[in-house]
Design a protein around this ligand. Structure first.
Ligand SMILES: [Zn+2]
Length: 479
């Protein structure tokens, strides 16, 4: 598909860099997944949708993508939740992983060909990495805990969040602790407290710290050097900074080459977060809006920009998406109607499609600018609508309209992952509404003891294949 010139904003260098994967035409990508102690909220859904789109676009540009995103299924928050509900941590994790898949399926995440490791399946790898860090002198054991000694990685630590260690030390809370050598040191391994899930280790019974989980899983599944590491911008410090310290000191590799971070979702000008309590669960929003509308809403902004979440914004996304639906449905009708001799052949539409494709790729190549990419589609839709108004089309004209349908549908559904309404859906709804309407009329007839009319409606419906059944308080129907 021509020369690939994708540029990615790298948090590490604070600049747009030309994307050159380590292995030609292959991309390895790790994105921090959710800690499964609750259903995900819209703020958690954003990275899932954003990086799913990044993956889809890279595939569209001809790369083979090895995409890994984890579940953190052992963590303080899970333990707390399990204690509150009086069940095991495994039960909590199981419940919310299931919930995650139920919810994200509706925003059309592409699960096929991706890996979703659970932290608890990689305890051995985590312990190996901790052992390695102790041996190399980067970490120390203290009363059953193991800490990473940040001072030992002075040269590098802070490279992602652009802070130096002296500033960090000055800003750190003065902790009175005999366990840690410095307040900057972070836990790699935590000694088990009573009633917590734990694993045997050289340092006694305990469990991994959060940061080591991602280092161990990405190292195991993608190797010591991989292309893209993604996540929400709130993970830059300390989580990603600590991942870098652990992995580079442990493996001697460079860890991730490009660091991508998505922006926040705000509610009334404040970041949506669990701690502020201003969050909306994805499943709650799904009760009011289709998943495809939510996905379209999220992709309506470039991924690094802050998004304002409101009913009004979602409504606008819905209206916009329906404009695309309708344009495509109209084309399909036109194509079905067929061509007329001497009709127009829409050669300029063909050029419009080629131009839209070029501009869509240019927008997405520049740090995955979905907002601009969608803008290009809207401009094409405007033109398409004009063409669909033309009464008589030649065979060539029909062919070109069909091409517009194929192009828009492919970009929307396969590349952006936003499903369009199908003709059958509309007909399905229409049928349902008509039948309901007839049943209402029949009910009225029955209440007026007009049995003849009531029976006629029933019989006529049966004739066209709709069977109705009178229940105790409700009449139901089936095809
Ligand atoms: Zn992580």
């Amino acid at each position: 598909m021509g020369v690939k010139m994708i540029r990615i904003y790298n948090t590490m260098t604070k600049s747009l860099e030309e994307f050159k994967p380590i292995k030609e035409n292959q991309v390895s990508m790790y994105v921090c997944g959710p800690t499964v102690y609750n259903y995900i909220h819209i703020g958690n859904a954003r990275p899932a949708i954003v990086f799913d789109t990044v993956r889809r676009y890279l595939e569209y540009r001809g790369y083979k993508v090895n995409y890994v995103s984890n579940f953190t299924d052992v963590d303080d928050k899970i333990i707390k939740r399990a204690n509150e509900e009086g069940v095991s941590c495994e039960e909590i994790a199981h419940k919310y992983i299931k919930g995650y898949f139920e919810d994200t399926k509706k925003v059309n995440l592409k699960e096929e060909g991706m890996q979703r490791p659970k932290a608890t399946d990689y305890i051995e790898e985590m312990q190996d990495l901790v052992k390695n860090l102790i041996e190399k002198g980067y970490a120390y054991e203290s009363e059953g805990d193991v800490y990473f000694q940040v001072e030992k990685d002075k040269e590098n630590y802070g490279c992602l969040s652009h802070q130096d260690i002296d500033n960090l030390r000055a800003g750190a809370r003065v902790e009175v602790s005999n366990i840690k050598k410095s307040p900057l040191d972070f836990a790699l391994w935590k000694k088990a407290k009573k009633g917590e899930p734990s694993w045997d280790s050289p340092w006694g019974k305990g469990r991994p710290g959060w940061h080591i989980e991602c280092s161990a899983m990405s190292g195991k599944l993608l190797g010591k050097d991989f292309d893209i590491h993604g996540g929400g911008q709130d993970l830059i410090f300390p989580h990603h900074e600590n991942e870098i310290a652990q992995s580079t000191c442990g493996s001697g590799g460079n860890y991730a080459k490009y660091w991508m971070h998505n922006g926040y979702i705000n509610v009334d000008g404040e970041k949506m977060s669990k701690s502020l309590g201003n969050f909306f669960l994805l499943r709650e929003v799904l009760e009011h809006y289709e998943g495809r509308v939510i996905r379209f809403f999220v992709l309506g902004a470039q991924y690094r920009k802050t998004i304002d979440f409101s009913d009004n914004e979602l409504q606008q996304s819905k209206t916009g998406l329906e404009r695309i639906d309708n344009a495509i449905l109209r084309i399909k009708e036109k194509v079905k109607d067929g061509s007329v001799e001497g009709g127009e052949d829409l050669l300029s539409l063909k050029l419009d499609i080629e131009d839209a494709k070029k501009r869509f790729i240019a927008a997405m190549d520049e740090d995955f600018n979905t907002a601009q990419g969608i803008g290009v589609i809207f401009e094409l839709i405007k033109k398409i609508n004009k063409y669909s108004e033309i009464e008589k089309l030649s065979q060539e004209g029909i062919k070109n309209l069909g091409m517009a349908d194929t192009f828009v549908t492919y970009i929307m559904e396969e590349v952006l992952g936003v499903l369009l309404k199908k003709n059958e859906d509309n007909l399905g709804n229409l049928t349902a509404e008509l039948v309901e309407f007839l049943l209402e009329l029949r009910k009225k007839a029955r209440s007026e003891k007009n049995w003849a009319l009531s029976d006629e409606i029933r019989d006529r419906l049966l004739k066209i294949g709709i069977k109705i059944k009178d229940g105790k308080d409700k009449t139901t129907w089936s095809l």
